[in-house]
Design a protein around this ligand. Structure first.
Ligand SMILES: Nc1ncnc2c1ncn2[C@@H]1O[C@H](COP(=O)(O)OP(=O)(O)OP(=O)(O)O)[C@@H](O)[C@H]1O
Ligand SMILES: [Mg+2]
Length: 460
C-alpha cells in the first residue's frame, strides 16, 4: 500500500517595491501599483493580458492590487511543487530585471525588488495559498474543521520567522502571518474561515473532487520548508481521507491560539482544547506526527515522503531539546534567526534596529543579486532540494505526470505557431473559427487523445 495520489499546487503573491527611483517633479513617487505594471508590461505584450498560463503549466497573474502572483501547475509530488515554485521565482526575477532596465531607459531609474513575504511596508497582508485535492465527500466541512489545529500549530515548524515590536521591546516569533490572521479572525464566523477558503471550486470534476484551499501559511523561502509544509499536510490528509480522526484535538479558542503559539518560541506553553485538556503546540504536532507514522506504518513510502517524515521529526526534536542547529539550515524561522543573531553579535544592533529590518527584507528578496537566499545556499547555510538545472528547466517544462503536461504542451504549441488561445485550469481553447475547446476534468490525466488532436491541428 502507498499514499493515495494527490494533486498539490502552490500560489504565491509577492510584495513589490522600487528603491531609488527619481522623484517625479509632479505627482507621487513611483508606487507599488506602477512598479507592478512595469513588471508585467512584457507579459502583457506577449500574452495580451495580465493573467497568463505558461509553458510550464503555471499561471502568472496581476490582480487589481499590486501583488504579482505565480501559481504552480498541478503537481502529484511535493518535490515537484518545490521545483515549480522556484521556477516561478526565477521567471519573476527576470521580469524584475527587465522592468528595472526599462525604468533606467525612461529616465526614472530605481530598482524593483520582489519580496517573498507576507506583509508589505504599508501593513497590507498577502498570501501563499496551498491547494490540495480531496475526494468529494458529504462531510467536507467536518473534515476541514478537524484540520484547523494542525494548520495553527504547524507554524512552529513552517513559520517564516518575524520580529514583532511591542511596547516592551522587540521579540522574535514564528510567523508574520499569524499576527495578521489573528486580526482577521476576530470577525470570523466559523473556526476554519481564516485558515481555509471554503469556496467550492475544484478545478476538476465536481462530482469527484474538492480542492482544499489553505490560506494561513507563511510564504517559504527555504526549499526544505516548502517541502515540509506541503509534504506534512499531504500526509495528514491521507490519514483523514482514510477515515482517521483528529477531532479530539480541537482547540477551544483557535483565534487566540494562532497568535499565542506564534509568540511562544519554546512551543511548550499549553493551550486549551475543546475537551478541557491542555496541550502545547509541540505536543499537538508530536501527536499528529505519531498518528501519521501509525497510519503509514505498513506502507511503501516514496523517498520524498520519508524525507518529509524525517524532517518533521527532527524539527520537533529541535524544539523539544532547544538544539536549533538540528534544523537551522532547513526551516525558515531558524535559518533567519541564526542570520539575525550572527549579525547582531557582530554589530551590536538590537532586534528592532533598522539594519535588522533590512536584513530580514533581504532574506525575502528573491533576487540572487540583492537577496540573501541564494548566497546562503551557496555558503551551505540554506539547504537545497532542487538543483539549479532542474529549476531552470521547470521554467518551461511542466510536471510530466499531471494535467499540467497537457496544458504546457498546448501552450507551447500555440505560442510557437503564434495561435491565439485561451487557457484556464480545466480548459484549452483555440480562438480560431472553430473555437475548438477541450475540457480537462481529470487533474491526474497527463495524456489525452483530444489534446493530441488539438495540438496536431495547431501544427497543421
Ligand atoms: N484539482 C486540483 N486540486 C488541487 N489543486 C489544484 C487543482 N487544479 C489546480 N490546482 C492548483 O490550484 C492553484 C490555483 O491557483 P489560482 O491562483 O488560479 O487559484 P484560485 O484560487 O483558483 O484563484 P484566485 O487566485 O484567482 O482566487 C494552482 O496552484 C493549481 O496548480
Ligand atoms: Mg491565486
Amino acid at each position: 500500500m502507498s499514499l493515495a495520489p494527490r494533486i498539490v499546487g502552490l500560489e504565491t503573491e509577492y510584495g513589490i517595491t522600487v528603491v531609488g527611483a527619481r522623484q517625479p517633479e509632479t505627482g507621487p513617487p513611483l508606487g507599488a501599483d506602477e512598479a507592478a505594471r512595469y513588471l508585467f508590461r512584457k507579459v502583457v505584450e506577449w500574452g495580451r493580458s495580465s493573467n497568463v498560463f505558461l509553458r510550464n503549466g503555471g499561471r502568472l497573474y496581476l490582480d487589481v492590487g499590486s501583488h504579482p502572483e505565480y501559481a504552480t501547475a498541478e503537481c502529484d509530488d511535493v518535490r515537484d511543487v518545490v521545483v515549480q515554485d522556484r521556477a516561478g521565482e526565477a521567471i519573476l526575477v527576470d521580469l524584475a530585471e527587465e522592468a528595472t532596465a526599462r525604468l533606467a531607459e525612461e529616465g526614472i531609474g530605481g530598482r524593483i525588488h520582489l519580496l517573498k513575504n507576507n506583509v508589505d511596508s504599508a501593513g497590507n497582508a498577502f498570501g501563499c495559498h496551498e491547494n490540495y485535492l480531496l475526494r468529494r465527500r458529504r462531510d467536507f466541512q467536518r473534515t476541514v474543521e478537524q484540520l484547523v489545529p494542525f494548520f495553527i500549530t504547524r507554524q512552529i515548524l513552517t513559520g517564516a520567522g518575524a520580529v514583532r515590536e511591542t511596547p516592551g521591546g522587540a521579540t522574535y516569533c514564528f510567523s508574520q502571518r499569524s499576527e495578521h490572521l489573528w486580526d482577521a479572525m476576530s470577525s470570523a464566523t466559523t473556526r476554519s474561515r481564516p485558515i481555509i477558503n471554503s469556496r467550492d471550486e475544484p478545478h476538476g470534476d465536481p462530482d469527484l473532487y474538492r480542492r482544499l484551499h489553505v490560506i494561513s501559511g507563511d510564504s517559504s523561502v527555504a526549499e526544505t520548508t516548502t517541502l515540509l509544509k506541503t509534504g506534512m499536510t499531504a500526509l495528514l490528509l491521507d490519514l483523514v481521507e482514510a477515515g482517521g480522526r483528529l477531532d479530539d484535538l480541537l482547540l477551544a479558542d483557535p483565534m487566540r491560539a494562532i497568535r499565542d503559539i506564534s509568540r511562544d518560541l519554546t512551543a511548550t506553553t499549553p493551550v486549551e482544547l475543546v475537551n478541557g485538556r491542555r496541550r502545547s503546540a509541540l505536543e499537538l504536532q508530536e501527536e499528529y506526527l505519531e498518528r501519521v507514522l501509525a497510519h503509514t506504518a505498513g506502507m511503501t513510502l516514496r523517498p520524498v515522503e520519508l524525507e518529509v517524515l524525517e524532517l518533521w521529526e527532527r524539527g520537533l526534536r529541535a524544539l523539544r531539546t532547544g538544539d536549533h542547529s538540528l534544523i537551522d539550515t532547513e526551516l525558515d524561522w531558524a535559518i533567519k534567526q541564526r542570520l539575525i543573531e550572527r549579525y547582531r553579535a557582530g554589530s551590536g544592533a538590537g532586534l528592532a534596529d533598522v539594519r535588522v529590518s533590512r536584513l530580514i527584507l533581504a532574506y525575502h528578496d528573491i533576487s540572487p543579486v540583492d537577496g540573501l537566499a541564494e548566497k546562503l545556499r551557496e555558503r551551505g547555510l540554506m539547504a537545497r532540494v532542487a538543483s539549479h538545472e532542474e529549476i531552470e528547466a521547470a521554467r518551461t517544462t511542466p510536471p510530466q505526470t499531471t494535467r499540467a503536461k497537457l496544458r504546457g504542451d498546448f501552450v507551447a504549441a500555440a505560442q510557437e505557431h503564434r495561435r491565439d488561445h485561451t487557457v484556464d485550469w480545466v480548459h484549452l481553447k483555440l480562438n480560431d473559427a472553430s473555437q475548438h475547446t477541450v475540457l480537462c476534468k481529470d487533474p491526474f490525466a497527463s495524456t489525452d487523445a483530444r489534446v493530441d488532436a488539438l495540438i496536431a491541428a495547431i501544427g497543421a
